[in-house]
Design a binder for this molecule. Structure first.
Ligand code: ZN
Length: 84
């Protein structure tokens, strides 16, 4: 899942943690039938944590927001930085 930039229009491969921006998404709905995860001592948990990554090129321009049970990439709007 964390193999490339979360921006669908970008094809940058995930290489280093210090490049770009890492997002964590916590979902509380367990997908039905998807029980193939290795035993980590926390089985049958309803909480899933997924990581998404924006490359150094996209991180300043894009942001990730929660969308339903997943995330969505949207242009970063400077909502709190009013006035140039
Ligand atoms: Zn990118």
């Amino acid at each position: 899942m964390l193999s490339k930039c979360a921006n669908p229009e970008c094809s940058s491969s995930f290489l280093y943690f210090h490049e770009g921006k890492l997002f964590r998404s916590e979902t509380s709905s367990a997908p039905a039938g998807d029980d193939a995860s290795p035993d980590t001592g926390m089985k049958k948990t309803a909480r899933r944590i997924e990581f998404f990554w924006l490359c150094a090129n996209c991180a300043p321009k894009m942001t990730l927001i929660k969308s339903g049970d997943g995330i969505a990439v949207q242009p970063a709007v400077r909502a709190q930085a009013a006035g140039l």
